[in-house]
Design a protein around this ligand. Structure first.
Ligand code: COA
Length: 256
């Protein structure tokens, strides 16, 4: 599977589908491209569906960031490296913050944005922010994040994989991600984003509550709001069918 040479860094990505609009998926704190496997597969027949590993994550070059702006610069370099002048950008949680930042700083590059389980401001619980770096509390913090990130009744296999995924990311990188989230606030600016937006949230999301998505949809001038029942923060893994359908329906409304 391929890497893109983005400046000094190698950014790992997967792509399915060779025709249609590029749709770039960006994961959240401590994550990787793997969270999007359902969506990449579902969009492949109609789009160039791409999911990357942010720097410091997954198989990409080491070196995470601690601001959303710095991550959005890295994503911009990835778009340049792949030759995508414009793309639909879909982001989850911190990935949604990066997506908003990219749409604010480079509106010409963003054909549309899918904001999934995210918000215009992403303050982080101190127990998560501090605990992820502590050798004593790391395991408990991973459990705390997973407990808060899924709707009740989580499939034990999904839970095990969610914990494994978080443990796979270097704690310093995940900490930098949460610092980036905690410092992110575009509440006053989000209305400046005119690109079409899909705002999607699990009804039982505790990490980025429904209120955050309702706020986004009320401020973004061209937004569609979708609430997914029976899902928490990792809505794309918990209810992939509903998320895929919402994405396919919304993408069909965008001009090529
Ligand atoms: N969209 C709309 N409203 C928002 C918002 C957003 N993105 N972010 C915060 N607000 C609102 C809050 O609902 C709150 O409104 P209220 O006063 O009517 O209750 C107000 O702005 C201030 O909230 P916040 O900035 O979050 O500060 P806080 O000191 O009240 O709470 C936390 C801090 C960390 C406890 C809280 O943000 C939280 O529970 N976060 C979710 C858990 C988490 O760590 N998520 C990780 C995200 S990556």
């Amino acid at each position: 599977m391929p890497f893109a040479n983005a400046g000094e860094e190698q950014i790992y990505y997967v792509q399915q589908g060779e025709q249609g609009l590029p749709v770039l998926f960006i994961h959240g704190a401590g994550g990787s491209h793997l969270i999007w496997w359902n969506q990449v597969r579902a969009l492949a027949p109609t789009a160039q569906a791409v999911a990357l590993d942010l720097p410091g994550h997954g198989k990409s070059s080491p070196g995470g960031r601690d601001t959303v702006l710095a991550y959005s610069d890295a994503v911009l370099r990835f778009l340049d490296a792949r030759g995508f002048d414009r793309a639909v950008v879909a982001g989850h949680s911190m990935g949604g913050a990066i997506t908003q930042m990219l749409a604010l700083t480079h509106p010409d590059r963003v054909a549309g944005l899918a904001l999934i389980g995210t918000g215009a401001r992403l303050r982080v619980l101190p127990a998560i922010l501090d605990g992820i770096l502590s050798p004593v509390d790391f395991d408990n913090t991973v459990r705390l994040i997973v407990e808060n990130a899924y709707a009740p009744g989580l499939d034990p296999d999904l839970r095990r994989r969610a914990e494994e995924e978080l443990r796979a990311c270097a704690p310093a990188v995940t900490h930098g991600d949460y610092v980036a989230c905690n410092g992110f606030d575009v509440i006053a600016r989000v209305g400046e984003i005119h690109a079409p937006a899909l705002v999607l949230c699990g009804r039982e999301d505790k990490m980025t509550p429904v209120k955050y998505s309702e706020f986004l949809a009320s401020r973004l001038p061209n937004a569609r709001l979708v609430m997914v029942e029976g899902a928490g923060h990792f809505v794309m893994l918990e209810q992939p069918g509903a998320v895929n359908q919402a994405l396919v329906d919304w993408l069909a409304t965008l001009s090529p």
